[in-house]
Design a binder for this molecule. Sequence first.
Ligand SMILES: Cc1ncc(COP(=O)(O)O)c(C=O)c1O
Length: 387
Amino acid sequence: MPETRRLRADIDLAAVRSNVRALRGRLTGGAALMAVVKADAYGHGLLPCARAARAAGAGWLGAATPEEALALRAAGDTGRVLCWLWVPGGPWRSAVEADIDVSVSARWALAEAVAAARAAGRPARIHLKVDTGLGRGGCPPADWADLTAAARAAEAEGAVLVAGVWSHLARADEPGDPSIAAQEEAFAEALAVAERAGLRPEVRHLANSPALLTLPATHYDLVRAGIAVYGVSPSPEVGTPEDFGLRPAMTLRATLAGVKRMPGGHGVSYGHRYTTPGDTTLALIPAGYADGIPRHASGTGPVLVAGKWRTVAGTVAMDQFVVDLGGDAAEAGDEALLFGPGDHGEPTVEDWARATGTIGYEIVTRIGARVPRVHHGDEDRRAEAAS
Ligand SMILES: Cc1ncc(COP(=O)(O)O)c(C=O)c1O
């Protein structure tokens, strides 16, 4: 039984389900929803979140690594799963045998998929990925005609089924950025090239969470939503979770490991980057960068303790940090809320992102393996199913 007193992440699966429903409600043109559950469901726990997303009607699940996709199958998930981060020599055959859709961005990957299909004795379902401007993964436009033609030839032989054509946006979280329209246009062109090659993909997909929320024209047949499923905003420019009826699923809470009175002028934590301004009360929070609390939160991270927001005093250490309660009282064993939906006045993931110069994605995803995830809300699902 993991120790849940020191620090734990409570995960509200009812929120995951309600977010998936809210997101489905925003889809246009009959598009389906893929809940992206890579990176342990953005730190929220792969399997419980995958089950919650399915229960709320996610027709697809999205994984980065094959291990993530195979873990879904090992746990009994039988729905459509796309896995997109491949290397030569990866477990292509296992994926094909497990009926996982695989992404292909280059001729070497197509060759791997074809070989895996032959070994497995069944066609590989592939999604051809084009780089429409992100400049990261995906087939460059110059090679796209060649890749689509080769995929069509492999399809004609029965080695692959081209189930999808897809791409990824670079700046959907910056509404109005001109790169968005340029990528939309490049994607339309890439689809036309694929069609001329004779491909008739079941799903064309381009949109992530911010595009789902703000760019209906990008929805096509399928939308890959990650961060919004967990009730976190893609960016302040897109809006707050509440703007879209989304509820944050993760609450990070700690138990105070100590409270002490200290004199003024006393240095606090490594490097003495904070000095007590006068006689004061310091509280010790047993959470550190080994738990995914960014060291960048030193002097900036917000925490609700004894009814008020406090700021990390001095340096975040590996396992602990300090907050200054001033004249307020608390005792060892009291609760500290680092972030959550805000119901009790606690900071949100977005507040942590702002305070540490990063994005909400990184705050939740980096919560470490040492922090137990305690899932709630499955009971409601059973009740919903029974009613
Ligand atoms: C290829 C791809 N599609 C979709 C997503 C989901 O993005 P978001 O979490 O912004 O919805 C990601 C996540 O980074 C991704 O890498």
